[in-house]
Design a binder for this molecule. Structure first.
Ligand code: UT7
Length: 321
């Protein structure tokens, strides 16, 4: 039995902010941002929330799969920017969809969140506990950006992506790899609420995302090719067998470097970061949905996916479409 992706959906906030728009409110330029990252614009939420975008992405994925909300057994949502500490965003999506049979929970693996969620859903389906699952990655990163720090705030965007997976006898997820290195967590970090009990000094300000970009870059260009290689071999395939590499969208230079290290053409690495920026856990499912709706994904194709980032964490999977 395999875990097959049978539908995809995504949702981006209405509001588009270009690099030129940012250069009017901070000391940056389209030239710096696009040449260093490949990002030209991003969508930033105004009215939208992590839950509202997730719900819309989920509706579109269910419609694409031809599955009703009542058929969902499991909802797993990767995010670091849920709207509430509790209830989880997955529970909010469950309520909004009326998916009342489903068990729902969030997971935090930062930019690997969707891939970790997919692998957890796969384990449940393989074990025979559930048949149909909704797996999401969703973020409103703009609320945890330091808008006075041009080295991070120009990189990120908001949005949500979703897939419907179902246990299938023929095609589906062939292999996965995942890992964590908490000892290097400080290179990409964001404080949560601080302790304000009467015993603690509460003078500390709420902090926003802080990133040592060069360290994260070095991590990505070594961990990702190695994880992809491992996963492709575990699937009984070679790099040449892979039709597309759907990777987390952090920086076009990372994608080009991974392509070079794997000795494959960069044309096999579709891109959404030019119009979305980096949307952490949402990057991979949004990219998959764009590929799916453009008709790029045909039955039998082999797609390698990989997410990487805060934690540090990384996760890859190879699926037969
Ligand atoms: O999703 C999680 C995974 N995240 C990633 O994978 C991010 C990986 N890292 C990167 O993509 C790159 O390291 C960045 C795009 C974040 C930064 O690129 P970089 O080539 O490492 O630039 P840098 O941080 O070394 O900064 C170079 C210069 C600095 O100026 P000086 O010190 O050389 O005078 C920065 O102050 O660029 C300056 N700078 C900017 N200039 C204009 C930094 N941000 C900006 C900006 N506009 N927005």
């Amino acid at each position: 039995m395999k875990t097959r992706i049978i539908g995809t959906g995504s949702c981006l906030p209405e509001n588009v902010v270009t690099n030129d728009d940012l250069s009017k409110i901070m000391d940056t330029s389209d030239e710096w941002i696009s040449s260093r990252t490949g990002i030209r614009e991003r969508h930033l939420a105004k009215e939208e929330t992590t839950a509202s975008m997730s719900t819309e992405a989920a509706r579109r994925a269910l419609e694409n799969a031809g599955v009703t909300a009542k058929e969902i057994d499991l909802i797993i949502l990767g995010t670091v920017t849920a709207d509430h500490v509790t209830p989880s965003c997955a529970c909010e999506v469950q309520a909004a969809l009326g998916a009342d049979r489903a068990v729902a929970f969030d997971i935090n693996a930062a930019c690997s969140g969707f891939m970790f969620a997919l692998n957890i859903a796969n384990a449940y389906l393989q074990a025979g506990f559930y048949k149909t699952a909704l797996v999401l990655g969703a973020e409103t990163l703009s609320k945890i950006m330091d808008w006075n720090d041009r080295s991070t705030c120009v990189l990120f965007g908001d949005g949500a992506g979703a897939v419907v997976v179902r246990a299938d006898e023929n095609s589906g997820l062939l292999a996965f790899d995942q890992g964590s290195d908490g000892s290097r967590g400080g290179v990409l970090a964001c404080e949560n609420r601080t302790n304000n009990n009467p015993l603690v000094d509460t003078s500390k300000d709420l902090a926003y995302i802080q990133m040592d970009g060069q360290e994260v870059y070095k991590f990505a260009v070594t961990a990702v090719p190695s994880s992809l290689q491992k996963t492709i071999v575990a699937a009984g395939l070679t790099v040449e067998d892979i039709d597309y590499f759907a990777l987390h969208q952090a920086n076009i230079r990372i994608l080009q470097s991974v392509a070079k290290r794997l000795h494959v053409s960069a044309d096999k690495f579709p891109i959404s970061l030019d119009h979305c920026g980096n949307i952490s856990a949402a990057s991979v499912p949004i990219l998959l949905d764009e590929m799916n709706r453009k008709g790029m994904l045909k039955p039998g194709m082999k797609i390698a996916m990989s997410g990487f980032g805060g934690g540090l964490t990384w996760a890859s999977a190879v699926v037969e479409w």
